[in-house]
Design a protein around this ligand. Sequence first.
Ligand SMILES: [Zn+2]
Ligand SMILES: [Zn+2]
Length: 334
Amino acid sequence: MRAVVVTEPGADFEVVERDVPDPGPDEVRVAVDACGICHSDSYVKAGGFPGLEHPRVPGHEVAGHVDSVGENVTAWSEGDRVGAGWHGGHCFTCDPCRRGQFLQCENAEITGLTFDGGYAEYATVPAEALARIPDDLDAVDAAPLLCAGVTTFNALRNSGAQPGDLVAVQGIGGLGHLGLQYAHAAGFETVALSRSPDKRDLALELGADHFVDASAEDAADALQELGGARVVLGTAPSASAIESVVGGLGIDGELVVVGVPHEAAEIDVQQLVMSRSAVEGWASGHARDSQDTLEFSALRDVTPTVETYPLEEAEAAYDRMMENEARFRVVLEP
Ligand SMILES: [Zn+2]
Ligand SMILES: [Zn+2]
């Protein structure tokens, strides 16, 4: 099979010929139909991530179909359409697993990081890490939903927001353009916050009821004028963006951060205390969360905007994504 590998930290992607891998007893072999490229794939290029060894095939937005199952696998059969996201399996025996907190597993696998991922024609994946893809969802659309989709969908549905509440999505990119659609479909009064005024029309098309141009007005003031946000979903990986919206939270408001900045953010605690509000983080989801995301997306016609490339163009496709030029997610079709 053809696969894209990172042979050592800092190396360019290399397309190689490899043997098709056999699934272990508790694994499934997936014939990859599409695999999204995500910012977190940069960990594989950079090296140093716990559990990462090179050479490694990246890719944790894997959509395909079951090609072969290991001898202990009962949940999946050949031909099933399945996907795998960042959460690549868990041990079932550590303390978080015993409490059902599989995402927090102390021995968690990460697809395309602790084992080879979806930048290839085939990938073997632990059976518990797979989500079923609904019939009416394209593999190319499903792929980004397995990381960017589940992250935003899961963050919103685990927040305290109720239908009708004011929910703002900060940043309209790979995560934010999905967050807006989910917020609208969930029945929230949806605000798009962006420093790019040229994204106004797109934001309204994706379901925003309001657009706040944060390059021209104070985002916190604008949110307070709308009544104060019950939730702000922070997708822009910037400390100053995070700091700029804390004052826009309403009573019991939550700033749920999913876009992680490289620098620390300064939070005005007095603002939190006065409004009884909180700044918190959210990461991804386990396989059933991914499947819920795919099912809801199919039900409500939530689709990512994608650019597609063949495996041979992985390097150029990755660069477009890292340089923020892609609209909005990049998907490889092996
Ligand atoms: Zn990702
Ligand atoms: Zn565990």
